[in-house]
Ligand binder design. Structure first.
Ligand SMILES: Cc1cc2nc3c(=O)[nH]c(=O)nc-3n(C[C@H](O)[C@H](O)[C@H](O)COP(=O)(O)OP(=O)(O)OC[C@H]3O[C@@H](n4cnc5c(N)ncnc54)[C@H](O)[C@@H]3O)c2cc1C
Length: 282
């Protein structure tokens, strides 16, 4: 049960959603965009987050937010698509695979792609395929609809998607050239198949290089060209490449109740070796 009241709005258009956000802000309601609602409800219930929010704006009725389509060379997926749906669609197999390992199936019916990416939790695993494919993000903001590369709005230090006040993510656009490249994704948790990642690594084999993206290892998910270069240096022994990568991480290795930094480092070594061997890049 949520102990304190809040207003719920479900607009049908982007214009209506942006207008509501503006009016509710003016009225000191601290509005929040609401997608699957799993994070909002979980944290509001225990009053650790979102306690100031007096109104939520559910964006799931907005057509563009639940589109799944191909347009010329681009695959487009709406920010309100639940992870359980993504698992079942054929367009972007790496994204399907990653989403299949996030939470349990019942939760995945609710959790949305946009919600996972904008979540306050540090894992945001669904961002890995989006970083690997340099996707574009369509943002609705008070100044109009804008399309920007994900790297431009994602901060790998804080793990935050940086949006203008009142803006929200409508869609993700992925260049189809990436969709059929060989890929892999490996996740290790402390306990069983379902759980937060100790380490998740997703990778795609591009024509000349294997690209890697990581979650669970550091404070926020990341992909770094410098790390890809290091791990692809085939004239260096693999052990040295992995060791050098550890010096290039964007922040210290996580050390928390789920796993020590030593254990995460051990898993990281094992997973990178497996992936490199799978792609024949030893
Ligand atoms: C049981 C369970 C297990 C989980 N396990 C994992 C896991 O293993 N790995 C992992 O990565 N995550 C995991 N999560 C975290 C989960 O993925 C996020 O909490 C969840 O994705 C939030 O999605 P939602 O659609 O419900 O978001 P909501 O609760 O609707 O929103 C969450 C936040 O994102 C913002 N937001 C949502 N959509 C948009 C948008 N389109 N534009 C701008 N802001 C937006 C909201 O304003 C809010 O601040 C788990 C969650 C649960 C409940």
């Amino acid at each position: 049960m949520i102990a304190t009241d809040f207003d719920y709005y479900r607009p049908n258009t982007i214009k209506e959603a942006l207008g509501l956000f503006h009016t509710l802000s003016e009225n000191k309601k601290s509005p929040l965009y609401f997608n699957g609602g799993t994070e909002f409800i979980t944290f509001r219930r225990i009053e650790t987050l979102y306690t100031e929010v007096k109104a939520v704006i559910d964006i799931k009725n907005i057509n563009m937010c639940h589109e799944i389509k191909e347009e010329n060379d681009t695959f487009i997926i709406g920010a309100s698509i639940p992870l359980a749906t993504i698992e079942t669609i054929p367009h972007f197999p790496l994204l399907s695979k990653v989403c299949n390992r996030i939470a349990d199936h019942t939760s995945r019916e609710k959790i949305t792609l946009g919600g996972n990416i904008c979540s306050n939790l540090k894992y945001k695993e669904a961002i890995l395929p989006l970083l690997l494919t340099n996707c574009d993000v369509v943002i609705a903001s008070p100044t109009g609809l804008h399309t920007v590369p994900i790297q431009q709005i994602y901060n790998i230090q804080t793990g935050k998607i940086m949006l203008e006040h009142g803006a929200f993510i409508v869609q993700f656009k992925i260049d189809k050239v990436f969709l059929n490249m060989p890929f892999t994704s490996k996740k290790v948790t402390a306990n069983g198949r379902i759980g937060y990642p100790l380490v998740t690594i997703s990778a795609i084999h591009m024509p000349h290089i294997v690209r890697f993206a990581f979650s669970g290892l550091c404070h926020a998910p990341f992909q770094l060209d410098m790390i890809d270069t290091t791990l692809n240096e085939r004239n260096e022994p693999l052990k040295n490449r992995i060791q050098k990568t550890l010096e290039q991480l964007p922040s210290p290795i996580l050390d928390d109740m789920n796993g020590s930094s030593e254990f995460r480092t051990f898993i990281f070594h094992g997973l990178v070796k497996e992936i490199i061997s799978e792609f024949g890049k030893e």
